[in-house]
Design a protein around this ligand. Structure first.
Ligand code: SAM
Length: 218
């Protein structure tokens, strides 16, 4: 007899949440290996509480802090979930949040909110942690300050991360210097609408030689 279909652990929650269908696969890919750890997670954007509930189920030992500008979101606090009320584009408000394994930005999705939050919070992701920014499609929507290749969108801003990640290959340190980001970032994963940044301490790469060079065409 066929086994009863198991609900995906990232899709079985009671409170309402609306997520792009690809997100669940992305979450699982980046979070599966650390699921059972005692993590400290920050999510910006609580709304109806669906995602904080989902994270609490998916990460059985984690503490989740949800941030939202709407005071009503306080009702979603629980045993492993705290809720803080404030504006993600207020740098002074953000300064209270430190030392996270995972930060997820699913807040208001304007360019300013996403960029200020990244600028303030990236350093507060632990050395081997993950920073995830959702709903990057707003970078193409003018009502959020977006537009294709428009200066100041989060997509245009984050394209520069690719250069910073590669800065040890730069031949002009004035133009492309090695930065704190270069030294602290292991990889960038751009998906449709999501950017996942995996942190990891890095030093200047060295080249490892093996084997004996052979003459070809002789
Ligand atoms: C997309 S919803 C979050 C959905 C939730 N993460 C989920 O998946 O169930 C966006 C939330 O961001 C909040 N928000 C909008 N602007 C904000 C701001 N400036 N600072 C903090 N939260 C904000 C809204 O109140 C709303 O609840």
């Amino acid at each position: 007899m066929a086994e009863p279909a198991q609900e995906h652990p990232l899709k079985s929650f009671d409170h309402h949440s609306r997520k792009h269908s690809d997100y669940f696969e992305v979450y699982d890919k980046h979070f599966r290996a650390i699921r059972e750890r005692k993590l400290n997670i920050l999510e910006i954007g609580v709304q109806y509480g669906g995602s904080v509930e989902m994270w609490a189920k998916y990460f059985p030992y984690a503490h989740i802090t949800g941030v939202d500008i709407d005071p009503m979101c306080k009702i979603h606090a629980g045993a492993r979930v705290s809720i803080k009320i404030g504006d993600q584009s207020d740098r002074a408000f953000l300064s209270q949040f430190k030392n996270y394994d995972i930060i997820i930005d699913d807040g208001g999705h304007t360019m300013r909110q996403q960029i200020v939050t990244f600028e303030e919070m990236y350093d507060h992701v632990k050395d081997d942690g993950v920073y995830l920014c959702e709903d990057l499609h707003t970078s193409y929507w003018d009502e959020y300050g977006g537009g294709y290749k428009r200066e100041g969108t989060f997509i245009e801003y984050s394209k520069n991360f690719i250069d910073s990640l590669n800065a040890w290959n730069s031949r002009d340190e004035q133009v492309l210097p090695v930065s704190k980001f270069t030294r602290a970032t292991k990889s960038l994963h751009f998906y449709d609408s999501i950017l996942v940044i995996e942190k990891g301490k890095r030093n200047k790469p060295t080249y490892y030689m093996t084997g004996t060079p052979t003459l070809t065409g002789v």
